[in-house]
Design a protein around this ligand. Structure first.
Ligand code: PRP
Length: 212
């Protein structure tokens, strides 16, 4: 039996995934060692391999088949636009992709004005404004602390993730429009889905039982 390889988005996503996997009898003891600098972890008995990657790289590993399965946020899947199968909503990491800004920017959205949109997700933002709203906007790519942009006058609005809403609140910003709901998803390489169908289908079935 060959190894089934999982790419997990680093951080909370990976930790929650491993907790979920433990519930269906999939463990990886060596991955729990926080001081370890190892990048890849093996469960010999189950013939499974796990590695941690930066979230946006997970769909890349899965498309090329370097990982059979990936666990990553729906935001990253949408932004990266890779060829893969999205097979399952894992039900955790729930949040929303939103257009946010000061209340005063709500008018600009209503009247299809040419506005600047700062975001870590240029593809999602472009798709939303150009294809869904038919509004011409200038997209400005940032890498973090997106909420700063409308405060310091870089953009009129932002497209960003809202979880509890406290970052917005503490900075005097509001959700102006919702783009889509988000959560952690399982993605599968298109060839692996055929070649390892039995093992992957069983994994999905087992996970469904503990998630439902
Ligand atoms: C994310 C997101 C928001 C915040 C939302 O940022 O970009 O800034 O969390 O969470 P909240 O609604 O619970 O306040 P993250 O902390 O990942 O860091 P970043 O600013 O580097 O993107």
């Amino acid at each position: 039996m060959r190894y089934l390889t999982f790419a997990l988005g680093k951080g909370r996503l990976a930790r929650t995934t491993l907790e979920l996997f433990e519930k269906i009898g999939i463990t990886c003891e060596e991955m729990k060692d926080k001081d370890s600098r190892k990048l890849i972890f093996v469960n010999e008995d189950l013939k499974l391999r796990f590695f941690l990657a930066k979230g946006p790289d997970v769909p890349t590993y899965v498309e090329y088949g370097a990982a059979d399965i990936g666990i990553v946020g729906r935001d990253t899947i949408m932004e990266e636009g890779r060829k893969l199968y999205e097979v399952m909503d894992l039900g955790f990491g729930k949040c929303r992709m939103c257009v946010c800004g000061p209340q005063s920017a709500a008018e600009l959205l209503k009247h299809n004005q040419l506005i600047r949109v700062a975001t870590k997700y240029p593809n999602i933002a472009r798709d939303y404004f150009h294809n869904k709203k038919h509004q011409t906007v200038e997209i400005i790519k940032l890498n973090g602390s997106i909420e700063l942009a409308p405060i310091v006058g870089l953009s009129e609005v932002i497209v960003d993730i809202v979880e509890t809403g406290s970052t917005l609140k503490e900075n005097g910003l509001k959700v102006l429009e919702e783009v889509c709901p988000l959560s952690a998803r399982m993605v599968v390489n298109q060839v692996s889905m055929k070649m390892e169908n039995e093992r992957i289908t069983k994994l999905i079935r087992d996970l469904r039982e503990v998630i439902m």
